[in-house]
Design a protein around this ligand. Structure first.
Ligand code: MG
Length: 318
């Protein structure tokens, strides 16, 4: 049992009325877990997140099973989930797709929403994709084209937007350049990843301004912050004040980046919902149900959630 406490709402005037939380726990959260999670547990995780009111839940990835063994059951997992015509027609259940083979699998599985990915830096492109930035865009290009032809929604992830563990600082112009390429390919939404968690709020605002000057307006931008240095909520607030309305987060703070030294990774969805509730911003998420889900998932994984809000609310249990 968990408490259902909520912060008192104090509406801030410079924020959007509603924020779309794009939940990445089942994919980004679980992909770095060394313990294999049963497919039925993953399905229950996704369904519980949907039941908690999350409007978009990234389910899994069609990467080659050798790259990410944890997600090798993608086809089976999708088979356990309702299609778009199911009980929750408004909910998006996107799947990460790295290449054309992945797209074929996604289409066969009846997926209607995909995400592709690229890196803002050469070093991470080489380490993560074994390709240059240019070569990885060339790989993604036909995937996006075919997906759009098939009527799918396409999101583009861009990694290392605020810093790179090998290259250090990443010039804003570099990020704007690769982001523009992804947008030109046809990605309807771009998720700016702070893969190693080094962003600070002024950096966020500066990047969003430069993107807007390049024609990439806020309604097409999502932010994906990591809490490695405790900055994820401050960065989120800066992005919301700048007009962003889609924020990526991971239930219970699951997952991180194997290239960042700290175990603390993705912004926890509960921490985000707590702040947004306090600010009077609507999310449609039931925090009590979400916390219960993360406590349950932490039990499956055998260790406590790193989310401050999960710990604070779960503490009240007997
Ligand atoms: Mg992440």
């Amino acid at each position: 049992m968990t408490a259902s406490r909520l912060p008192a709402p104090f509406r801030a005037t410079d924020l959007p009325e509603r924020v779309t939380i794009y939940e990445v726990g089942p994919r980004d959260g679980l992909q770095n877990e060394s313990t294999t999670v049963a497919t039925s547990v993953k399905a229950e995780f996704v369904l519980r997140l949907v039941d908690a009111g999350l409007p978009a839940v990234e389910v899994t990835s069609f990467v080659h099973p050798e790259w990410v063994p944890q997600l090798a059951d993608a086809d089976d997992l999708l088979g356990l989930l309702p299609r778009e015509t199911g009980t929750a027609p408004q909910v998006r259940l996107p799947v990460l797709v790295p290449n054309e083979r992945g797209l074929e699998r996604a289409l066969e599985a009846g997926v209607t929403d995909i995400a592709v990915f690229a890196s803002a830096t050469e070093t991470f492109a080489q380490r993560n994709l074994n390709r240059s930035v240019e070569e990885s865009l060339a790989m993604v290009s036909p995937v996006v084209a075919r997906a759009l032809e098939a009527g799918l929604a396409v999101r583009g992830y861009l990694s290392m937007c605020f810093g790179d563990p090998w290259e250090g600082e990443v010039p804003l112009a570099r990020v704007v350049g690769v982001a523009s390429r992804l947008a030109d390919l046809g990605c309807g939404e771009l998720s700016l990843g702070d893969t190693i968690g080094v962003a600070t709020p002024g950096h966020v605002t500066a990047l969003l301004d430069d993107l807007e000057n390049a024609g990439l307006t806020r309604e097409h931008i999502a932010v994906h912050f990591h809490d490695t240095y405790g900055q994820a909520l401050a960065n989120t607030l800066a992005a919301l004040r700048a007009g962003v309305t889609t924020v990526d987060a991971s239930a219970g703070g699951l997952g991180g980046c194997p290239y960042a030294r700290s175990a603390t990774g993705n912004l926890a969805t509960e921490d985000l919902v707590w702040m947004l509730t306090g600010l009077g911003v609507e999310t449609g998420v039931d925090l009590g149900k979400l916390v219960e889900t993360s406590v349950w998932m932490a039990e499956q994984l055998g260790r406590p959630s790193p989310s401050r809000v999960v710990r604070a609310l779960a503490k009240g249990s007997s």
